[in-house]
Ligand binder design. Structure first.
Ligand SMILES: Nc1nc2c(ncn2[C@@H]2O[C@H](COP(=O)(O)OP(=O)(O)OP(=O)(O)O)[C@@H](O)[C@H]2O)c(=O)[nH]1
Ligand SMILES: [Mg+2]
Ligand SMILES: [Zn+2]
Length: 335
């Protein structure tokens, strides 16, 4: 008999599936492994004889953290310890935008800093872009009820660097879960991850939250430079207004964004430039690894996006995504 359920936890080769009345510990059917179909936390699956046969179409999917079928991503940063890095924050925001996942921003450890200027800066950059912003302290249980409010009626994935307090926030809502968080004595060990797997928790009737391991080595080395501006919503209103259709908005003449640069936040623009540089590396890679030479349009010089064959782009993109997934699988085995 085939039973349907949702994967809520994966530990090495074991997939934990929540069905209507029971929790099943399953393995993957061989053919899924052979097809390299990766089942992730959040997937709805069909199970027969304790083997996952298949997963159902996903509403959405993101490879890092590897989860699917989520309503929103809460990007958690710390105001201190670790110090907030705006480029890193924009990385998460843009990555979620690429995968079309709605985002909310949580700034935790507010007990460590009462810097009004910093709070103003955060609001002035991200509020006009339409992001909900919340400052919390998991330690002092500050604003935790408001935090719960933004989770209501949804499945939310918490995402952010290691040590920002993702698991602590979940514990603050439901202390009975007793999720492992970094001990004070472990604080000096840099680069260690306390949470090692993604897991869905039902915090109440209508709050489902996914704790995820922190990671920080995301790069935009799977997109073309011209595509990066699509990830920055503040650039939307200047679309098509630059003199050159292949404008990268960095130093070109007649660039509508550079002419209006006072309307773009400095840190956001810096992030844009960094991601564009990473995308240039990708462009170089496919230029030399592909079989066809990149050609240049006669009417518009260097209109590269249309010029690189879509097959080549897809292949290379697939490779980059596979790289991400492979790294995730390796992480699973390390831990
Ligand atoms: N001062 C202060 N410390 C906090 C707060 N929230 C978490 N911490 C501390 O920050 C450290 C890291 O917290 P975790 O909850 O383990 O962080 P995480 O984001 O889950 O980290 P990973 O699981 O490694 O991704 C722990 O020592 C927590 O006690 C807070 O609001 N204020
Ligand atoms: Mg954690
Ligand atoms: Zn431009």
């Amino acid at each position: 008999m085939v039973i349907r359920g949702q994967v809520f936890k994966i530990h090495s080769d074991f997939y934990y599936v929540k069905c209507e009345n029971e929790v099943l510990e399953c393995k993957l059917r061989e053919v899924l492994k052979k097809q390299q179909k990766k089942v992730v936390v959040g997937d709805f699956v069909e199970v027969e004889d304790e083997k996952i046969q298949n997963f159902l179409p996903r509403i959405n999917y993101i490879p890092r953290p590897a989860v699917s079928n989520i309503d929103q991503m809460i990007i958690v940063s710390a105001v201190k310890e670790p110090e907030l890095n705006f480029t890193q924050l924009d990385r998460y925001i843009c990555f979620a935008k690429y995968y079309k996942i709605p985002v909310k921003l949580c700034f935790n450890k507010s007990d460590l800093s009462y810097d009004d200027k910093f709070i103003e800066k955060v609001f002035s950059i991200y509020e006009p872009l339409g992001y909900d912003i919340i400052f919390t302290s998991a330690l002092e249980k500050d604003n935790i009820e408001e935090f719960e409010e933004i989770l209501k009626g949804k499945t939310s994935a918490l995402c952010g660097n290691s040590g920002v307090g993702k698991s602590s926030l979940i514990n603050a809502i439901n202390p009975e879960l007793e999720l492992r968080t970094k001990n004070v004595s472990e604080k000096t060990e840099r680069g260690t991850h306390t949470t090692r797997h993604c897991e869905i928790f039902n915090l109440s009737e209508d709050i489902r939250i996914i704790d995820t391991p922190g990671f920080s080595n995301l790069k935009f080395d799977f997109m073309l430079p011209l595509e990066i501006s699509n990830l920055f919503e503040e650039f939307d209103k200047y679309k098509g207004l630059c003199k050159y259709s292949d404008c990268l908005h960095i130093h070109e003449d007649g660039c509508a964004i550079l002419e209006n640069i006072q309307n773009v936040s400095k840190t956001r623009y810096n992030s844009y430039v960094s991601f564009t540089e990473e995308a240039k590396e990708y462009k170089e890679r496919i230029k030399y690894s592909g079989t066809k030479e990149e050609t240049f349009s006669k009417e518009h010089n260097n209109k590269s996006m249309a010029k690189i064959s879509s097959k080549k782009r897809q292949d290379s993109r697939k490779l980059s995504k596979q790289k991400l997934e492979k790294e995730d699988m390796e992480n699973e085995t390390i831990y």
